[in-house]
Design a protein around this ligand. Sequence first.
Ligand code: 3H9
Length: 689
Amino acid sequence: MNQTASSVVTDGIALITLDNPPVNALSAPLRQALQSELDRAFRDDQVHAIMLICAGRTFIAGADITEFGQPWQSPSLPDLCAMLDAAPKPVIAAIHGTALGGGFELALACHYRVVAASARVGLPEVNLGLLPGAGGTQRIPRVVGAKAALDIVTSGRQIKAKEALSLGLVDAIADDPSLQSEALAFARRVVADGAAKPRIRDRTDAIEGDRNAPDLFTTFATTNARRFKGFPAPGAIIEAVQAAVMLDFDDGLAKEAALFEQLVASPESAAQRHVFFAEREAARVPDIGPETAAIDIAAVGVIGAGTMGGGITMNFLNAGIPVTLVETNQEALDRGIATIRRNYEATASKGRMTGQQVEQRMALISPSLELGALAHADLVIEAVYESMDVKTDIFARLDRIAKPGAILASNTSFLNLDRIAAATSRPEWVVGLHFFSPANVMRLLEVVRGAATAKPVVATAMRLAKRIGKVAVLSGVCDGFIANRLLAPRGTQAEAMMLEGTPIEAIDRVLVDYGFAMGHFQMMDLVGLDVIGRNATERTVMGDLVAAGRLGQKRGAGYYDYDEKRRPHASDLTANLISEVAAAASVAHSPTVGDEAILARLLYPVVTEGARILEEGIALRASDIDIAAVLGYNWPVYRGGPLFWADQVGLGKIVADMRQLEALHGETFRPAPLLVRLAEGGKRFGDRS
Ligand code: 3H9
């Protein structure tokens, strides 16, 4: 890898080009190279101004995240910013692609910023459990004021060139192809006009008013408490921005640095960094390299216009790919299309899409009542209800209709893909594409590789995922694939503990305290007890609740009673029903007591199921299982997923605790052989990935 900075001097301007593919992360060698180029330009009498620009697809994407957790090497990023603060000549950053994190902070320490029209800037450190540690929390408020700074830094959002200009974060916008020449012309003008060196650090105008509004910070924290819950970074960001307002610049920087050090050492940031790399690693399939050509997907067919089919369709419309949507009757087809339109219109009414964009997307749908309409599709996704007979029938018919070379995909969430593929004469073209509900929102896509699925088909599915904004995780064939199989034991244990007399409120609270958005029983109420309990064959609490008309949140009562604000309250009726069902099933009263014990009971079976999924080769790597849980089941990202979390807890402790649980509750708690082997070898799941 290059990791270089080089410079040429033309017309008195030193043009320093940074080159560290793929995203110009500011690694130690690059920082050293930049330091020496800056030093040289500072000392060169022929140089009157300096311009920083990047080679490749983007400006600097930030500090090199792989270096976190290791000893810092000199010069640090703050050292480079301090060097720019003390620069004897004006320095101009010329930005294309994305200037993110430390990359944008370096640009903010320059005197001027010229951006390409398509460029974006931002401070996404919060997504890694961090705060900007190279002056970002101190400089941004000095430009936009504390309130806007809090929004920018706690959201980590990317700001487009036009907005950045209107906020004053950049000084000029250039046409994309002529960024370098326009930025050079800008530099020449700066020199001609007296070579002024305005420094953001010297400004106080934007924050003066904030000094008299100390409530601003507590109000911001309270208003966003729900969004920030469990994450240490937003609180630290608020503290750092408050320091920018209340302290002088250097004291503010020192505060920021201290907070950064705390965060970088936190388990939450380690977990979020793990998820960042795991998401990218998931795209790699060891036996399918870049040499495996993907199939061009220009037209898609979706069978089934229900909730799932509609959501799946939207992903392709959003990416500009036309979809033929097939249903069996006109009413269902009309209803499905109306739902898609309603979803888009809701987005438009929030200002996140224009009316024209809604129409453009809707125009990409070709509705049909005939499977024959799919004859020209490059990819067909079946999204009808979970019945092997229905699915094999559809695939047999599809086999006769689809063109040669079309990919035939099933959205099944637990059926055997190989049996579905066997209904066709071309099982090598059959793959599972398992979306998670709501399919237009959830980022996980499980790509299920059947015994016969051809490599180009897998390669296409993995690459297509990125095109439609999903993260693909490859799964082998098994009941429930990765995510559903992994999480099923959590529900089983929640219900077992309920019957043993552990209050459902305690079970749910433990899950919420751990970081899930809601507990198991709240989730059941949200989805609808009539929907979930449909196939029960024996007496269950859920069945009795449904019989009592308590269908869940939609009826104001399910496991819980709901008030007009949809807040759950414990229900005596539910408690009595639980006792009755437990007595009828002869379950002894033996509640699990204590949050830690409840959590172990709920999550250790998930960990051991993860170990089995790994050992059976259903998942390629431990980190894929974490991604499936985080993106498919909203496992709290700051826990890093079940296997990363297990590594933090310690596999030795988990195995020991599970053996005790096994003695009490049976073989569900028998630790998987892989888990035992890792624990005995003093190893972690992370050592395997
Ligand atoms: C920071 O700056 C802290 C400072 O405030 C204070 C310091 C004191 N480092 O995403 P892609 C790799 S924290 C190392 O697939 P895209 C990535 O792993 C940083 N590696 O491309 C992948 O590797 P591989 C704040 C990085 O085009 C490859 O580059 N900055 C980094 O879809 C391509 O990545 C951020 O949080 C990095 N900083 O998206 C920005 N960034 O090919 C993080 C990427 O081996 N980066 N890699 O799998 C991004 O958001 C996206 O990568 C970006 C490009 C939008 C830039």
